[in-house]
Design a protein around this ligand. Structure first.
Ligand code: NAD
Length: 505
């Protein structure tokens, strides 16, 4: 028996305006614009603030029965919503944008507390989410179909139709931005959307649900089902869901892609990464050092676009020394947040220990870092003289750790980068246009940077990697996102008998 409530205090504004510990409310399902407990007895999981390692909320884990309720609610809502003119659908996102701007500080503090990233990073994430919403606002201008007279008196037209009920499954590291990679295109495209956020960070999107309601989104167009693997599998299997977007680790991306595709659904599943930065001797010292440090330490290295391996070509010791000096000045707790769980901390430390045992040199050691009491801390760590057989050279570490591999030539650097099964991001640091062009033409990665360590293609460009970093076709944001969440109806019409007969007559 499902118990629901329209009481908006279930997701009332978060009170904290600083880092000090603050609890929040229990995370529930959002179905038909009501906060619902799971329909069958279920487990409850703690939501930890990683800064203190202490619970700030609980999440009630849903099941396949809750997915079914969300699909029923979405199916009814989608029938009416898809009939709204696209301009009216986009207007909801205009209002959402204003509400997000007005509540920017509160949303950022909530995100910072549930995820652990420092306030400036949390705020940047909400601002990036706002950019995604702005892209959704522009869709009426972009989604005008094409029409052409293909034969005398015969016109072909393309229009973008909604799919119906669609779903998105998101990771812990961007609780607000990653859901907003999907929601604007899917919802402005006329669909009803079911979100399954990471059970580690279920709180920010509860506030987003309330803001979407305030912005005028009809009940049932946006639903949330909280939970883990059971809910993900039910979303893949449910016959009423037409498309699944996923962002998370490669292991789960592969599973979700296979399972959803086997049910005949569209699936686009973004996975993990191992990003390489190639540094050559002519690189600008200041720019490179500042940028490399920001890339591997930002969000405590928990970004799928973070620098992971630095391929040092020839003598770049002066640049490496500057990278080390800058990274050593970072203060955990102030400039750097914690990692997500104790298990994540242990895994990262294990990687560093193993590299040291195998003969690599730890030139900056974050293993003993602490900040606030009880949290999950790893400080910036640089491992030099890494060899390609070490785990730190090829596995995703997902922490503030930079592995330096020394190589004699750019060709060898490209060879190492291209041997990685991943293909998310790759960057070159140089002041030579010729070197930049050659490297950009050769690396096997979907998002490439020249003197940029986090080469995220911002709106209106599409975000998406290659190889084991993405299963499915295309990018998840930008125009590809709109095409993923819609289907093209092709209409061919003729209004009068034509006398010049062709094969179309
Ligand atoms: P994860 O794969 O553990 O979890 C992602 C989602 O899948 C969560 O909602 C989780 O509940 C669910 N899930 C977990 N295990 C599952 C299972 N066995 N079956 C079905 N569902 C399952 O990822 P995470 O730890 O939350 O996030 C970090 C990972 O996400 C990193 O690998 C990172 O590189 C990747 N990531 C990739 C991108 C990208 O754009 N390519 C962006 C952000 C994060």
């Amino acid at each position: 028996m499902t118990v629901c409530s329209t009481d908006s205090s279930v997701a009332s504004p978060f009170s904290a305006t600083g880092d000090a510990y603050a609890p929040y409310l229990t995370a529930r399902n959002w179905i038909g614009q009501q906060w619902c407990d799971p329909s069958s007895p279920t487990t409850t999981q703690e939501v930890l603030n990683p800064r203190f390692g202490k619970s700030i909320a609980q999440v009630r884990m849903g099941s396949s029965a809750d997915v079914d309720l969300a699909v029923q609610s979405g199916a009814v809502a989608a029938r009416a919503w898809s009939k709204w003119p696209i301009r009216d659908r986009a207007h909801v996102f205009y209002r959402l944008r204003e509400l997000m701007v007005t509540n920017l500080e509160e949303l950022s503090w909530l995100l910072s507390h549930e995820n652990g990233k420092i306030f400036s990073e949390a705020k940047a994430e909400v601002e990036k989410g706002i950019e995604c919403v702005e892209y959704g606002c522009s869709l009426p201008n972009l989604a005008a179909g094409n029409q052409l007279e293909v034969s005398r008196g015969v016109a072909c037209e393309v229009v973008y139709d909604s799919l119906g009920v669609v779903a998105g499954i998101t990771p812990f590291n961007f609780p607000m931005m990653v859901p907003l990679w999907m929601l604007p295109q899917a919802i402005v495209g006329g669909n009803a959307f079911i979100l399954k956020p990471s059970e580690r960070v279920p709180l920010s999107t509860m506030r987003l649900a309330e803001l979407l309601k305030q912005a005028g989104l009809p009940a049932g167009v946006f639903n949330i089902v909280q939970g883990g693997r059971d809910v993900v599998e039910a979303l893949c299997d449910h016959a009423g869901i037409r498309a699944v977007g996923f962002v998370g680790s490669t292991k789960v991306a592969r599973l979700v892609y296979a399972r959803a595709s086997a049910q005949g659904k569209r699936a686009l599943c973004l996975g993990g990464a191992k990003n390489h930065l190639i540094v050559v001797p002519d690189a600008d010292l200041e720019l490179t050092a500042e940028n490399v440090v920001a890339s591997f330490t930002g969000c405590a290295g928990q970004r799928c676009m973070a620098a992971s391996v630095l391929l040092a070509v020839g003598d770049v010791d002066h640049i490496l020394a500057s990278v080390r000096d800058r990274a050593a000045r970072i203060t955990p707790g102030k400039d750097l947040g914690p990692v997500t769980t104790q298990a994540a901390r242990d895994r990262i430390v294990h990687f560093i220990d193993a590299a040291e045992r195998a003969g690599a040199r730890i030139v900056l050691d974050g293993r003993r870092a602490t900040a606030d009491v009880g949290g999950f801390w790893v400080g910036p760590t640089i491992i030099d003289h890494v060899t390609t057989d070490m785990a730190v050279a090829h596995d995703e570490i997902f922490g503030p750790v930079l592995s330096v591999i020394r190589v004699p030539t750019i060709e060898r650097a490209i060879e190492i980068e291209n041997a990685s099964p991943y293909g998310n991001a790759s960057s070159i640091y140089t002041s030579s246009g010729d070197i930049a062009r050659r490297v950009m033409a050769s690396v096997d990665a979907g998002m490439c940077g020249v003197n940029i360590g986090v080469p995220v293609p911002r709106e209106p460009f599409g975000f998406g990697g290659w190889n084991d970093s993405c299963f499915g076709h295309g990018n998840i944001t930008g125009w590809d996102g709109y095409r993923f969440w819609t289907r093209q109806r092709k209409i061919t019409s003729k209004w009068a008998l034509q006398h010049d007969r062709t094969w179309m007559s």
